[in-house]
Design a protein around this ligand. Sequence first.
Ligand code: NIG
Ligand code: FE
Length: 430
Amino acid sequence: MKSELIIHNAQLVTCTSNGKPKRRAEMRDVGLIKNGAVAVAGGKIISVGKSEEVLREFESENTIDANERVVSPGFVECHTHIVFAGNRLNEFELKIKGADYLEILQNGGGIISTVRQTREASLADLIEQSRKRLDKMLSLGVTTAEVKTGYGLDTATEFKMLEAILELDGFHPIELLPTFLPAHAVPPEFEGKSDEYVDLICGEMLPKLRDFRDFVYIDVDRVNFDYTKNKPFFVDVFCERNAFDLEQSRKVLETAKNLGFKLKAHVDEFTNLGGARMAIELGATSIDHLDAISSPEIALLAESETIGVVTPTVNFNFGSAEFADARKFIDAGCAVALSTDYNPGSAPCPSLPNAMAIACRYQKLLPSEAFNAATVNAAFAVAQGEKIGSLEAGKQADILIFDTKDFREIAYEFGGNLIETVIKQGEFIN
Ligand code: NIG
Ligand code: FE
């Protein structure tokens, strides 16, 4: 049979998962096939197996000998805030001198400082600044990324951010999945009136988002790419002291759920307000951060379909010695995914391999666990587990070739880049 591309003689890290996110011992199994091969046709994987078997069944004019190097699924970045304007370099220095993240936020800095810069930026400027961040992520192996709004905090700017995400998705090789996050911080014009801001989100922004979603889904030409109903649309909330309390967070997520959106929640980054239980009970696709999650909530997460996303780059960025207890989460049976949380404040980090390196050292994940957490489980954290995240026949041909023969080196080395080739839907990108 004909194939458009065959990569053979590879250390194939398949991350195969039988249609479910990986848990417990499965997380230590990366589905390694020595001297493996993958065959591609029509942007999809059509066969995975031992080289001799795949080469016996398929032929291609484009056959690549991987020379025993590691070949894996593209990384899935399941939590980012990469659409923003400017930077937070002043805050970086304040933090070095001892300032606290939530204090900076309360004093009108932090997220609000990025909101000011993002409100002022034109759509074109916002897209150009964000494109550069996506380019870095691509060179580091990301082939699909979730991207949040949340630096607008007014209807017009939240939708400007959404336009930026959809336009970037239209031309950038990384496939983007949008998340609407107006409940990221209370904007200055609503200071002391956070309930009123929540009313604006639930009464105006979310219904408008539903109309926008339905319009985009129908009018495919408008965004110039095949934006189908298969693509998930998330609504997220920052449930935290100085941001949104439990009841406000519940109101946002319940309203979004009733309008047909999938849910995500930033919970327990600093303070446990009960957001994990609330979001799991509402059926959130993922809950993210989890530094302050309690033992009963970990047990609840383990029994649920919700993915627990850890972002150790944030703790590293704060110079903290404490990390979310991802070891405990995995041992308790939670499906754990890993993300950089790439954003201008708490994690200006484009590198998922760096997040893996930190997770191994400080959260005591094995390289195999970190690898599954950044591929197949991250795919489930963005409701794309059927489509991406592993090398399996029928899945999208998002494939990485590394300059190493042992996948563990990808978490062992840090600060570098072992990616040699990125293939997105069967096309060579870089
Ligand atoms: O995931 N916690 C809230 N949101 C981001 C930080 C955003 C920012 O500081 O700009 C986070 O850490
Ligand atoms: Fe975040």
